[in-house]
Write a protein that binds this ligand. Structure first.
Ligand SMILES: [Fe+2]
Length: 254
């Protein structure tokens, strides 16, 4: 059964990678790319709420522990326990290093489409409540929306981001602390069911282990496939809003 979920996931990722925006990413004017990343930040800001919702809605202790652990990584500390910049602060810094101004990032309004995608994504989690396969549904949606597809998004956008930020040590470019990190640490990295603890697990893999454990019936499987499809559709809707603005003309978002 897990093989079906795995194959379906791969087919959705393949379709997502060929979204018109990603296909033509090299044609986007720099200012428009920044505008897309600034809109994308609104989804990142909602991640903490999503995780908190799922933690409260989960009754299965082992998954709750995993989800809590992933959320805590959003707020790193040094070895003495002193708080370091959160992942959202690192996102802000990456955007500044890409050439956005603080004012642009802080005053650009969220578009109606971004707002709808964010709200509708949250509602997907709310709708899991009371469903027969609620527990696995919450994990399936969260994993695909907030980890698997995030890594795919950043790997597609990295083609452009890497023009100005580096993945590691570079004399000429500042290191990306947010986009590169999430591209690697959120990625699915292996087929579901083939996770190996050797070398550490990505967030997608940590959650996949629970999916494998919880998908015990055809009915649960179908429910998860539907939630993955919905997550994919919502992410497409987010990027659809930019496809008419691929040339150098300024983005006119509504
Ligand atoms: Fe993550």
């Amino acid at each position: 059964m897990i093989g079906t979920l795995n194959d379906y996931e791969i087919s959705l990722i393949t379709k997502f990678r060929s979204h018109p925006l990603f296909n033509q990413i090299d044609r986007i004017a720099w200012q428009n790319l920044l505008a897309i990343l600034i809109q994308r930040r609104f989804l990142s800001l909602s991640i903490v709420n999503f995780y908190e919702f799922v933690i409260d809605a989960l009754t299965d202790e082992p998954i709750k522990r995993t989800v809590r652990g992933i959320l805590n990584e959003e707020f790193p500390r040094n070895t003495k326990g002193v708080p370091l910049p959160s992942h959202r602060e690192l996102l802000f810094q990456d955007l500044l290093n890409l050439g956005a101004t603080s004012e642009m990032i802080l005053t650009t309004p969220e578009t109606l489409i971004t707002q709808n995608v964010r709200n509708e994504s949250y509602q997907q989690l709310v709708r899991c409540l009371g469903e027969k396969h609620c527990q696995v549904g919450l994990v399936a949606f969260l994993r695909f929306w907030a980890e698997v597809l995030v890594s795919v998004e950043y790997s597609c956008l990295w083609q452009r981001i890497s023009e100005r930020l580096s993945s590691g040590q570079s004399q000429h470019k500042i290191r990306s602390e947010f986009y590169y990190f999430h591209m690697i640490h959120d990625s699915r990295n292996s087929d579901i069911g083939q996770e190996s603890i050797l070398g550490g697990l990505t967030h997608s893999q940590e959650l996949a282990i629970h999916l494998k454990r919880l998908i015990s019936s055809e009915e649960a499987l179908i429910y998860c496939l539907k939630l993955q499809e919905n997550a994919y559709q919502l992410k497409c809707q987010f990027y659809d809003q930019f496809i008419n603005h691929l040339s150098g003309s300024p983005l006119a978002l509504t």
